[in-house]
Design a binder for this molecule. Sequence first.
Ligand code: FES
Length: 199
Amino acid sequence: MAQAQQENDAGKQPSQREQAIAQLKADGVWKAPLDRRKFITTAAAGWVIFAAAFGGLSAILAAFMAPRLDFTKAQKFRAGVPDEYSNDSVSEQFKNTEKVWIVRTTEKILAISTVCTHLGCTPNWSENEMKFKCPCHGSGFYGPRPGVEPGVNFEGPAPTPLPRFKITLADDGQLTVDKSQMFFKEKGEWSNPESFVAV
Ligand code: FES
């Protein structure tokens, strides 16, 4: 009986599955399943790569989301004493360094932003015409003339007046401009006593 069984097994043809595996092995395609140690090593390496990639992505995202404020640049500066400025005058001494015009009317001293409210160009001060004229698209803003508020837009595409910065008189009599605080006419903020120094 046992001998008959052995003869049967010896003569048994391989199944289709066994033939397919044999063919794959012969073609070098078939890979034996990972043993336990190889599996753990491969999984650990994959996890390390994933963690590194995720950490990198997180760092990039954090840098992208962080506010782009330069806290190292001083927002305040001294602008001298009021007597340095004559009535109805525009001082450009802080235009390049601080992007601020110091404007004096017969009633107050102002710190006006030099950034055009249309698309951000820098207007030029024209003493002849007593106006700030933007070279990019022609917007005009009033200078210190009687009956108007300096910085108000009156020609060209600029939609709003030039904003003003906080300006105060320090204990030592010096004007101090604080660019961290702005005042906008369209928000009704030009009556705020910190937006000008009365003279
Ligand atoms: S940027 Fe000043 S008019 Fe356009």
